[in-house]
Design a protein around this ligand. Structure first.
Ligand code: FAQ
Length: 311
């Protein structure tokens, strides 16, 4: 075996980190670029569903919290694009792939947010699912991705709590507010379970990614962990989960849950979800409208470099 590959295999086996300058197989690099870029795209597209509520938040306190959360998501996108760049790809190229539909982003962000309770359901369920999926990524074998995930997870856990607290307030409010919270949970529950990806027997990438210790657990393992966590939390919130098949299984020590509509998941991935077109159109417009900021920043950087060279 050539020395680079041997060292790579040894590092993975010893649970140590691969760093940007280390030799790595082309397929390992490509898998990371794909996953990290999809993750980064999800963060910045994920700003839209809640972002639309900033101007309509019911109080100054709620508005300040929501602005901070959406801003955090932009920051997560930046850490993740930065981590992808350490693998030798260009950020412009990744954004171009997102804007032209050649790169995916999480299915969850193609669902609408018609009521204020959706902000709570996103925090509780979507951020909750994201944390369940992402805490193990803090131990990913690729150093820059693992380190970015540590900070992201800390922020996501604050996001999850604000969603939970928002839903709790609504659930304990007037009957109309309670109904609004229940309706949001009814709409977000199944799409949140889809965030974990296809079932293990239909997940083409899981086995390889787990062998490389990019992923530490399979999609179904993490989905089950999430369901187990949510059942008690839903009860504490005074809300129900929209699944008549949800039952404690003494033998397995887990909650059994009903069948996920994978046809819906694949339709959303094909671009046929309720908001796919709206999300991408808005993203492209934001990118075009931000061109002057990028140009100004580049001109400033060039000028500084010129000053540095002259000195
Ligand atoms: N949506 O073989 P697998 C967030 C694709 S961040 C869209 O199982 P893998 C924060 C998959 O990419 C949410 N596509 O693939 C926030 C692959 O496609 P490809 C994002 C999906 O990679 C909260 C194909 O299906 N989180 O929420 C989805 O082993 C609130 C086959 O699937 C991450 O990205 C899906 N749900 O496992 C922000 C975490 N599922 O590339 C704002 C990092 C699967 O072959 C507000 N990513 N696909 O064309 C991962 O952990 C993994 O990539 C999985 C998929 C688990 C998503």
């Amino acid at each position: 075996m050539e020395p680079g590959r041997e060292r790579f295999e040894r590092t993975i086996a010893a649970d140590e980190r691969i760093e940007p300058r280390d030799w790595m197989p082309d397929a390992y690099r490509a898998t990371l670029v794909r996953q990290i870029a999809q993750h980064a795209h999800s963060e910045i597209i994920g700003m839209q569903p809640e972002g639309s509520w900033i101007t309509r938040a019911p109080s100054l306190r709620r508005k300040a919290i929501l602005i901070a959360k959406v801003q955090d998501e932009a920051g997560h996108g930046l850490y993740l694009y930065g981590a992808a760049e350490t693998l030798g790809v260009d950020r412009d190229e990744l954004l171009d792939k997102l804007h032209s539909g050649r790169h995916k982003y999480s299915s969850i962000f193609n669902y609408p947010t018609p009521t204020w309770a959706d902000v709570g359901a996103i925090g509780w369920l979507v951020d909750g699912a994201a944390i369940t999926n992402q805490v193990p990524l803090c131990r990913c074998s690729y150093g820059p991705y693992a380190r970015a995930m540590v900070r992201i997870c800390k922020e996501e856990s604050f996001h999850q709590r604000q969603g939970y607290e928002l839903l709790l307030t609504l659930s304990r409010g007037t009957p109309e507010q309670h109904a609004m919270a229940q309706d949001a949970v009814d709409r977000w529950w199944w799409p949140s379970l889809m965030m974990f990806g296809p079932p293990d027997d239909a997940s083409p990438r899981s086995a390889r990614s787990m062998a490389w210790k990019i992923k530490r657990h399979s999609n179904d393992e993490l989905r089950q962990r999430f369901v187990d966590i949510c059942v008690d939390q839903a009860a504490a919130l005074g809300l129900t989960l929209p699944d008549p098949d949800l039952r404690w299984n003494e033998e397995r020590g887990h909650w059994d849950f009903g069948a996920i509509d994978w046809d819906e998941f694949h339709a959303v991935l094909r671009g046929e979800g309720p908001c796919n077109e709206e999300r991408l159109t808005r993203r492209r417009r934001a990118h075009d409208e931000g061109a002057w900021v990028r140009e100004a920043a580049a001109a400033y950087a060039d000028k500084r470099a010129g000053v540095g060279a002259a000195a």
